[in-house]
Design a protein around this ligand. Structure first.
Ligand SMILES: [Mn+2]
Length: 488
């Protein structure tokens, strides 16, 4: 993607334009000089554009309904929701842009620096940068925004047609001022335009988190697509386990990442590919360890779809294709706990009921495994010793963010009831650290987690990831079939 070698010294005398990092047109320190004659030549000889307007996106009516709900909650107020800008990875290279969750949920645009404003009368306006035309050299000198560097930006008209939203040039946002509620944390420049109050902004943020608790039909479809792509990714990984054995956990991460980029936008979070005792590290993402026959490999991975909804699925597989008796015993206990958790997923139940159900099963099973002496003693509110081995909660909301709705008030999320349309994970685990002297020696270094994505329905729940095998028997035959297919 870069320039010809032998570029002039940065900032050399006689530069046609500034080339220091942060220069207005986005030139980098290693960019070659551009003589005026070149700039002039570059600005001529381009065919006119006549791109047809895109069709209205399927999600547009759903997003309109969300904006209406927002306007109803804060009538007569101006509400400002920025998409955020590029985040620097190093010097003049940026991470791939991902719009802010609240912004994308309401507007559906993936443009950086854009801002959705819901006005006091309830109408919505999307401010975004207009197409960078060729009247200035920026289109080929600006590596962050220039069309020849990053591709064309959608026009205001095209965006309006696709999203069903009024659009205005970003520069017009600067004409706004006065009192507003702003979603903070994405764009300090935008927040600074308005008179804001901390409490009012927190209330807005909480409402937007709570607005995402109940998934509409379009969102459930998006989540199912992300789950289906994730299942395909798990299959890819099983087919390639021999290559992982010859290299490292990284092979698994790479194979799943390929599926995520081809069928979706990306992975929804850093893939956890944890073989052997790495499974006991909850968020193992170094993924640089060996994959060895006889060990288990814990895979916690999710594809994020094109509309940014992500799956979050975990399976713990025997590398060889067959569980040892002791691995099977631990695995079966976690599965039993997960089944109890899923059975507790129904409207009206507490959010924490699946957690409580799973923990009861695990605590009693830990006695049978010879880890705990007395389950009831371990479960006592003022002891909770079982948590040394279970480590984490069993559920979180799932949506555009892997840990979705994180700013919802406690009384409607963690301490509230489950409602139809909620999508949450059920993911108990057991982790026996390799140096834990409180567990029998043959259990040390075993970590098992099983995670599925569950939609609360009118009368119970639907497991969106049920198509991925879960019982030890089903896993063994599924792995055998995939590897046979591979050998054939
Ligand atoms: Mn999870």
């Amino acid at each position: 993607m870069d320039d010809e070698p032998g570029a002039d010294e940065p900032g050399a005398a006689g530069s046609a334009e500034p080339s220091a990092p942060g220069a207005p047109e986005g030139a980098a320190s290693h960019d070659p000089d551009r003589p005026a004659a070149l700039l002039e030549f570059m600005s001529t000889g381009w065919a006119p554009r006549a791109d047809p307007l895109p069709e209205r996106h399927l999600s547009a009516p759903f997003r309109a309904a969300r904006r209406e709900a927002l306007a109803r909650r804060f009538p007569g107020e101006r509400l400002v929701v920025p998409s955020g800008g590029y985040v620097t990875r190093a010097n003049d290279t940026e991470y791939r842009f991902r719009p802010g969750t609240e912004f994308f949920h309401l507007a559906g645009s993936a443009e950086p620096d854009a801002v959705l404003v819901v006005e006091a009368n309830g109408t919505s306006v999307l401010y975004q940068a207009p197409v960078a035309d060729r009247s200035t050299p920026a289109f080929f000198t600006d590596r962050m925004y220039g069309e020849l560097w990053v591709g064309p930006r959608p026009s205001l008209e095209a965006t309006s047609a696709r999203l069903g939203l009024e659009t205005r040039p970003l520069a017009e946002l600067d004409e706004l001022s006065g009192k507003a509620r702003v979603v903070r944390g994405y764009d300090a420049r935008v927040a600074a335009l308005f008179d804001t109050e901390d409490d009012a902004d927190c209330e807005l943020r909480a409402f937007l988190s709570e607005l995402r608790l109940v998934k509409d039909e379009h969102e459930v479809g998006q989540l199912q697509q992300a789950v289906d792509a994730t299942i395909a990714g798990f299959e890819d990984v099983v087919r390639q386990l021999d290559a992982a054995k010859a290299t490292s956990e990284r092979w698994i991460e790479g194979v799943f990442g390929l599926r995520a980029r081809v069928e979706g936008n990306d992975v929804g979070y850093g893939s956890i590919c944890a073989a052997g005792a790495h499974a006991c590290t909850l968020h193992w993402t170094d993924n640089d360890g060996p994959v060895v026959d006889g060990d288990l490999v814990l895979l916690d991975m999710g594809v994020e779809g094109d509309e940014l909804y992500t799956a979050d699925v975990t399976r713990t597989l025997p590398v060889s294709g067959t569980f040892t008796p002791r691995q099977r015993q631990v695995y079966s206990l976690v599965l039993q706990a997960q089944e109890a958790g899923i059975a507790a997923c129904r409207p009206g139940a507490d959010f924490l009921d699946p957690h409580r159900a799973a923990m009861r099963v695990l605590a009693h099973g830990l006695v049978e495994l010879g880890v705990l002496e007395d389950a009831e003693v371990a479960l006592a509110e003022d002891a909770q010793h079982y948590r040394r081995y279970t480590l984490h909660g069993v559920s979180h909301m799932l949506g555009i963010d892997v840990h979705d709705c994180a700013h919802a008030r406690e009384e409607v999320y963690r301490k509230g009831p489950l409602r139809p349309g909620f999508v949450l994970t059920v993911e108990p685990g057991l982790y026996f650290q390799p140096d834990d002297l409180t567990v029998p020696e043959d259990l040390r270094g075993i970590g098992v987690r099983i995670e599925d994505d569950v939609l609360i329905t009118e009368d119970g729940c639907r497991n969106l990831s049920a198509a991925l095998p879960r019982t030890p028997e089903a896993i063994e035959s599924w792995m055998a079939a995939l590897r046979e297919e591979q050998g054939a």
